[in-house]
Design a protein around this ligand. Structure first.
Ligand SMILES: Cc1cc2nc3c(=O)[nH]c(=O)nc-3n(C[C@H](O)[C@H](O)[C@H](O)COP(=O)(O)OP(=O)(O)OC[C@H]3O[C@@H](n4cnc5c(N)ncnc54)[C@H](O)[C@@H]3O)c2cc1C
Length: 460
């Protein structure tokens, strides 16, 4: 649907003012500029997409957003499940051009543009034998994952991405460029470590790097039974912090390296990453191989960024998903998972199990705006759907599945929240965290200019 642009929106003068590029719907290149990871938002038509070149461009666009009153979306990697990085008839600040990366090998610190993807960042840092933990997907943007928290393949050894964040450059709602760290604007620095895009536009992150060249990692496919699932989780919990795992219990896709008779049956498609001594890592993997004879086993020594695996830009399935925390994992939990997966005929359905703990849990809850440090596991349930006809029943299945596993706990990881309502946003920030976030919001964005996000309203 075409939306009438605001009478105050003068695209031509914006083009003249910005160093970066501006796309309006009639411009060639607009459709490419609008394309996001999640295909559901393909039909959304912003009035203007500003591919900014620097903080000064951002300040200019923020002024325009204030003056026109148009809805403002901020985009780094464009992976928001909630569609927060685009807006019908509004203004998009697209940061994908901010790809600077300076690596100080000696002090092991990176200064990274927020428009880099996880893979771009990791490939360059790997070239000098260093790494920062991000997520499980190479195309996710550094901007979104860092501000939401960042739970990935190094989480148990080195904590979340925010635990490696030393400073950030942020353009606040009034256009001021602020350097935030433990000493300068510590309230803002606390809030952006988990509070998402509520407080300003992050242009640059200073991130701690760890010496890491190779890992023992990759995919292992095991048959999914109550025993193998429970065994997998127990092994992942008992393993040294060097091991982080993501176990996808799912219907097996028709993968060429899996025998045909397994396609469509329930398997554990696990991604594992060991970031310590290589020989010790190989031994730890034997414990997983001992759970059942692997259907496929591609776990091997590899450069760390290879764990992201190849991505096909044309493969853009429709999916509904729900995220939750779990504090224990019993055989009954595995049975519930298998029961739900067996009862669905969706082309793809999954329960993703991530054992947490380790370094992530050793940070106090009040140190950052992410305050779920003690949760033992993150579980994400998801179902693919084909279109509007089957979406309602897939959604119902996902919702029932999440309810069966969450015991009424509404809280979850903000990075994986879709557009699920304010109760879920509130629950993502437990206890005193919510009130403090609202105070910081009132300091840096009192008019809630940055409201197209998992929104934290300013305290009045
Ligand atoms: C396939 C997939 C896999 C994922 N895997 C993981 C994972 O393993 N671990 C994990 O922790 N998360 C994971 N996520 C969640 C992901 O971290 C969030 O969706 C994140 O917000 C995406 O960041 P982005 O920059 O790509 O998205 P965008 O859509 O560009 O940004 C999302 C929102 O973040 C805010 N934002 C982004 N950049 C900035 C910025 N520079 N300044 C201010 N605000 C900003 C804005 O509000 C924006 O709307 C995954 C998501 C997907 C789709």
């Amino acid at each position: 649907m075409a939306i009438a642009a605001s009478p105050n929106l003068d695209v031509e003068s914006l083009r003249r003012e910005l160093t970066g590029q501006v796309f309006a719907p009639e411009d060639s290149g607009y459709d490419d500029a609008q394309r996001l990871f999640v295909p559901v938002y393909d039909g959304v038509r912003p009035a203007v997409i500003a591919q900014v070149a620097d903080a000064s461009d951002i300040a200019t666009v923020l002024t325009l957003a204030r003056e026109t009153g148009l809805e403002l979306a901020i985009r780094s990697g464009g992976h928001s499940a909630a569609g927060h990085s685009t807006t019908n008839g509004g203004i998009v600040i697209d940061l994908r051009g901010l790809k600077s990366l300076e690596i100080d090998v000696e002090s092991r610190i990176a200064s990274a543009g927020s428009g880099l993807t996880a893979a771009e960042y990791s490939n360059e840092t790997n070239a000098v034998g260093l790494a920062t933990g991000l997520g499980d997907t190479g195309s996710v943007g550094l901007g979104g994952i860092t501000l939401g928290g960042g739970i990935g393949f190094l989480v148990r050894k080195h904590g979340m991405t925010i635990d490696s964040l030393l400073a950030a450059e942020v353009v606040t709602a009034n256009g001021e460029v602020v350097h935030a760290d433990e000493e300068s604007h510590p309230d803002l620095f606390w809030a952006i470590r988990g509070g998402g895009g509520n407080f300003g536009v992050a242009t640059k992150f200073k991130l701690r790097l760890q010496p890491l060249d190779k890992i023992v990692g990759g995919m292992m496919v095991l048959p999914a039974t109550t025993d193998t699932i429970v065994g997998f989780i127990a092994e992942a919990e008992q393993a040294p912090d060097e091991l982080s795992t993501i176990a996808n219990v799912m219907s097996c896709p028709p993968l060429p390296f899996v025998p045909e008779e397994i396609h469509g049956t329930l398997v554990i498609m696990a991604l594992v990453a060991w970031c310590g001594d290589i020989d010790e890592g190989q031994k730890v993997m034997e414990r997983f191989r001992g759970l059942a004879r692997p259907i496929a086993d591609m776990v091997q020594e590899m450069p760390y960024p290879e764990i992201y695996g190849p991505e096909d830009e044309e493969y853009r399935p429709l999916a509904v998903a729900r995220t939750l925390w779990a504090d224990s994992f019993e055989p009954a939990t595995a049975e519930t998972i298998l029961g739900f997966l067996e009862a669905s005929d969706a082309p793809m359905r999954v329960a993703q199990l991530r054992v947490l703990g380790g370094a992530m849990a050793r940070v106090p809850d009040d140190k950052t705006a992410f305050a779920h440090r003690d949760r033992k596991m993150m579980i994400n349930v998801a179902s693919f759907y084909e279109g509007p006809d089957d979406r309602p029943r897939r959604e119902e299945w996902v919702s029932d599945f999440a309810k069966a596993l969450s015991n009424g706990d509404l809280s979850g990881y903000v990075g994986f929240l879709a557009d699920e309502g304010q109760d879920r946003v509130r629950a993502a920030y437990p206890g005193a965290t919510w009130d403090q976030l609202r105070r910081v919001k009132a300091t840096y964005d009192p008019d809630n200019l940055f409201r197209l996000n998992q929104n934290i309203p300013p305290v009045r």
